[in-house]
Design a protein around this ligand. Structure first.
Ligand SMILES: Cc1cc2nc3c(=O)[nH]c(=O)nc-3n(C[C@H](O)[C@H](O)[C@H](O)COP(=O)(O)OP(=O)(O)OC[C@H]3O[C@@H](n4cnc5c(N)ncnc54)[C@H](O)[C@@H]3O)c2cc1C
Length: 282
């Protein structure tokens, strides 16, 4: 391992301005946050770029706060911080819930929300939550700031709208009206990548998003419309099974993912239709 590590370089800026200047002038550089995804990539040889930009010292990327009515979550917020945050638990309890299902306590202590979003895996557990929350991704480069609606951030399988000279600095979440719901289905309770993950909001126009059923996280727009028109649950389930595009892979089959997605939809609808059954953050 020493020989592998010895060809790697780590730049450690002290401020966000310095980090952005390095990204622009000294690139290509790979941003490094908790390193939980990157380390796996290094180990398996899928991360070939040898120069890294350490974000850990950048205070500007940390913190969880309210700005007016908007919940602002710094890109470096870890899962452990999301789980513990009274603001997150009050405003977006399904983000705390999703965080609790990520990996293990070790991963929750190191892995960050910005890393989950930037990594762009269709199985990222926080991504359906941010999709139904209609969050905004705040990007910064040496040239300025851009805000991209989360639902337009992914442009294809593991592709995002972020440029190589940009960093995710924060995720902004507006108030979410309606009962929130989250469920992850994996092989086991811990250290399992999702076979299907769903987040949903029970509002006059319901919101539903799923992971692991398409090349990117997806909002189930047609299913949402069917539910809003007060069609039957069976009609909504049929719409959902038709609109997702799961694949067969080593973790599961497309048929299983379709069936589980329909079952999760029924569970969401039944749970949130009854008072007092909202999944709470314990
Ligand atoms: C054992 C194990 C279990 C896991 N379990 C789960 C799970 O259950 N659910 C799940 O969703 N994930 C899981 N993961 C994946 C991983 O932990 C998460 O995706 C985590 O959120 C990544 O965050 P990080 O800070 O470690 O990112 P890093 O590994 O540091 O970076 C990941 C990617 O994001 C980029 N990046 C990071 N921060 C920024 C930023 N601010 N701006 C721009 N680019 C950035 C990096 O360049 C890299 O491409 C697991 C990983 C391991 C090793």
């Amino acid at each position: 391992m020493a020989t592998v590590l010895s060809r790697l370089a780590l730049l450690q800026p002290r401020t966000l301005a310095e980090a952005l200047r390095l990204l622009r002038d000294e690139g290509p550089l790979v941003p490094l946050a908790g390193c939980t995804d990157l380390y796996v990539g290094l180990h398996f040889g899928t991360v070939r770029q040898p120069r890294f930009l350490d974000l850990q010292g950048l205070r500007a990327l940390g913190g969880i706060r309210l700005s007016g009515e908007t919940l602002v979550i710094g890109a470096l917020a870890t899962y452990a911080e999301l789980i513990a945050s009274p603001l997150v638990r009050r405003r977006l309890p399904i983000l705390a819930e999703a965080s609790r299902w990520v990996g293990s306590p070790q991963i929750q202590n190191r892995g960050t929300l910005g890393g989950n979003v930037a990594n762009a895996s269709p199985a990222g557990d926080t991504l359906p939550v941010l999709a139904v929350a209609e969050a905004t991704v705040v990007l910064r480069s040496a040239d300025g700031e851009r805000r991209i609606p989360f639902n337009g951030f992914y442009t294809g399988y593991r592709q995002t709208a972020m440029r190589p000279d940009e960093l995710i600095v924060a995720i902004e979440v507006p108030p979410v009206e309606g009962r929130q719901w989250f469920r992850k289905v994996g092989t086991r309770a811990a250290q399992a990548i999702s076979k299907v993950v769903m987040a949903a909001v029970r509002a006059p126009r319901p919101r539903i998003a799923l992971g692991s059923v398409a090349p990117t996280v997806v909002r189930a727009a047609r299913t949402e419309a069917v539910l809003a028109e007060r069609a039957t649950l069976a009609e909504a389930q049929a719409a959902l099974m038709d609109e997702i595009q799961p694949i067969d892979d080593l973790r599961s089959t497309a048929a299983y993912r379709r069936r589980v997605s329909a079952n999760l939809l029924a569970q969401f609808w039944n749970d949130t239709g009854r008072r007092g059954l909202l999944p709470e953050c314990s």
